[in-house]
Design a binder for this molecule. Structure first.
Ligand SMILES: NC(=O)C1=CN([C@@H]2O[C@H](COP(=O)(O)OP(=O)(O)OC[C@H]3O[C@@H](n4cnc5c(N)ncnc54)[C@H](O)[C@@H]3O)[C@@H](O)[C@H]2O)[C@@H](O)CC1
Ligand SMILES: Nc1ncnc2c1ncn2[C@@H]1O[C@H](COP(=O)(O)OP(=O)(O)O)[C@@H](O)[C@H]1O
Ligand SMILES: [K+]
Length: 515
């Protein structure tokens, strides 16, 4: 699914109205009907008080449409107009009149703190104060209203976007944003829904189709792509009857140091589980017996050193290399990385200590082979690209880094974002259960294993992140978040493959599907 900017959505709006020969008020009615149907399906006529807070723009207009439809269907609705300005939009005014025609009285006008209503904990608050037209940070009594609503225990449903949040600009004042329990957004989610500083205000969301012009949606280059199952299905490369292990390539995992051989075990196993034909682990001598015992399917090459890697020499021809997991920062290891980086023709995944070594030795950065995949968590990313002012600044810096060095950057975490040049791919799988040692090592093995099977660098990253997260979600469905260990994520890669093409009802028992 594409993620568009606020400006693009306004453009989509305009084109839709022209091409479908409808009025903007008809489009607003469509949007309001979608929200009404969503809410009506869940409330099923329950007489719970629904308090709709409407701003004076089109987001407020949506709130007024919803209010009218709910009242017409017998719901217990109180509509407030948050009168922060007299410049009401045309479609707000139209729907202001329409709701009055139904109720025979104007909605409750709010002009300051004295007008804040008492809100019961069982009430439902609908936030239609500001949408994507927010043009400054909410202040004065409107900010106080947002805080007042946040303090309430009532369920908060935001229309389009929680008020105070920009669709694709950084947060200005976290005290002036409505903290929604659920957000119903029009057509496509907004970029702010996926970034660590702003996503917590959105909580869960549903994107409601409002019939914007399909040609515009299909042909417009988005801000980012959201990666869910339909996209992952398109990435998958099916196997052919006469394929053999050579078809799926030979992955080389260069990992481990004394006390951290487990990292090599995890990456090697996950490279196998994602489908590499052969996997060789290159480890210091102390890792030999461990690897041969824990992953007998793997071949093992050892360094001349006992406890760390000092010279990466091998006489195999790997189709992809994953390097860095548990590697340590010994000087000899840094020198060995320099030599490895000169082998420019083998697709490379660079993780963990290999990344830290690059951050600390800028001459390694200059040698970075083009099209390598770098998989930093936020701490590693900071060391690589420097501090950022906010999430948007981080993404700009990451894009510049990717462009300059011609590499794929996989920024790990909730909603892992893969950055390639100026393109962003946001992953929807994964869960907090995956915040456990070694789950990053599993991801490096997964991406290396996909590269070895012939997926290109970008596909291997985006598809690999999806599969790794999906395996984690399936593990969470079976064992809850807390008990998950990295090995459980790897064990469920097989289920993640099965799930990729399973029919919905077959997957509901063991999935932790996100909206
Ligand atoms: N294609 C779409 O996405 C559609 C969007 N619609 C709705 O239209 C909304 C956008 O409407 P608008 O462009 O009218 O904008 P909004 O309704 O989001 O708010 C803008 C209004 O609030 C004022 N304002 C902005 N920030 C303020 C602040 N901090 N303090 C006080 N006043 C402030 C602005 O000057 C303007 O009058 C969307 O979020 C959505 O809810 C729907 O009606 C239909 C289709
Ligand atoms: N809250 C979360 N939601 C989704 N994925 C997560 C979450 N926390 C961690 N992960 C995933 O788990 C992995 C952790 O990687 P990393 O921090 O490198 O761990 P380690 O170094 O211990 O292997 C990443 O792929 C990350 O995206
Ligand atoms: K809103």
């Amino acid at each position: 699914m594409k993620i568009f900017s606020a400006e693009q959505l306004y453009e989509a709006d305009k084109i839709t109205v022209e091409k479908q020969e409808i009025t903007t008020e008809a489009l607003m009615e469509r949007a309001g009907i979608q929200i009404f149907q969503w809410l009506n399906r869940r409330l099923n006529g329950a007489p719970v008080p629904i308090r709709i807070f409407c701003g004076i723009g089109n987001n407020g207009g949506d709130g007024l449409v919803l209010g009218r439809l709910m009242i017409e269907h017998g719901y217990n609705v109180i509509v407030y107009v948050v009168n922060c300005s007299d410049k009401r939009s045309k479609n707000f005014l139209l729907n202001y009149d329409r709701i009055k025609n139904v109720t025979k009285k104007w909605p409750t006008l709010m002009k300051g703190e004295a007008d804040f209503p008492e809100i019961g904990s069982e009430d439902i608050i609908v936030d239609a104060i500001f949408g994507i037209g927010l043009n400054r940070c909410p202040g004065g009594w409107v900010k106080k209203l947002i805080q007042y609503l946040n303090e309430s225990k009532a369920f908060k449903l935001a229309i389009d976007i929680p008020s105070g949040l920009y669709a694709n600009l950084p947060l200005e004042d976290k005290e002036a944003v409505l903290k929604a329990n659920h957000t119903l957004t029009f057509q496509t989610p907004k970029l702010s829904f996926f970034l660590p500083e702003t996503a917590p205000f959105v909580s869960n969301f549903d994107a409601l189709e409002i019939g914007l012009d399909i040609e515009f949606l299909q042909t417009t280059e988005p801000l980012a792509q959201l990666i869910s199952k339909p996209e992952a299905q398109r990435f998958y490369k099916p196997r052919e009857k006469f394929d053999h292990k050579g078809t799926y390539g030979h992955a080389l995992i260069i990992a481990g140091s004394y006390g951290k051989i487990g990292a090599a075990v995890l990456s090697t196993t996950s490279a196998f589980r994602i489908g590499a034909g052969m996997v060789t682990a290159f480890v210091p001598k102390c890792g030999y017996n461990i690897l041969q015992t824990t992953v007998p399917e793997a071949m093992v090459i050892t360094d001349k050193e006992e406890e760390f890697i000092s010279e990466i020499a091998f006489d195999i021809e790997p189709s992809a290399i994953g390097v860095g997991m548990g590697l340590g920062k010994n000087k000899a290891t840094v020198a060995a990385l320099k030599v490895l980086f000169q082998k420019k023709d083998i697709p490379l995944v660079i993780d963990a200590d290999a990344l830290n070594n690059i951050s600390e030795n800028k001459d390694l950065l200059k040698l970075l082979p083009k099209n390598s995949v770098l998989t930093p968590h936020p701490g590693e990313l900071k060391r690589l690209i420097g501090e950022w002012k906010n999430d948007y600044d981080k993404l700009e810096k990451a894009k510049k880094f990717s462009e300059k060095h011609e590499v794929v950057l996989v920024i790990k975490g909730a909603y892992t974002i893969t950055v390639f040049s100026n393109k962003l791919y946001i992953n929807t799988t994964g869960n907090p259960g995956m915040g456990t040692a070694g789950s990053g090592d599993a991801l490096s093995g997964v991406i290396t294993g996909l590269l070895s099977q012939g997926y290109d660098q970008l596909l291997a990253s985006v598809f690999g992140v999806y599969m790794h997260g999906r395996a984690g979600d399936i593990a969470a469905g079976q064992m809850g978040y807390e008990a998950i260990m990295a090995g459980d994520v790897i064990d469920n890669l097989s289920e993640a493959y099965i799930d990729l093409f399973a029919r919905e009802e077959e997957t509901t028992n063991n999935s932790a599907e996100k909206s």
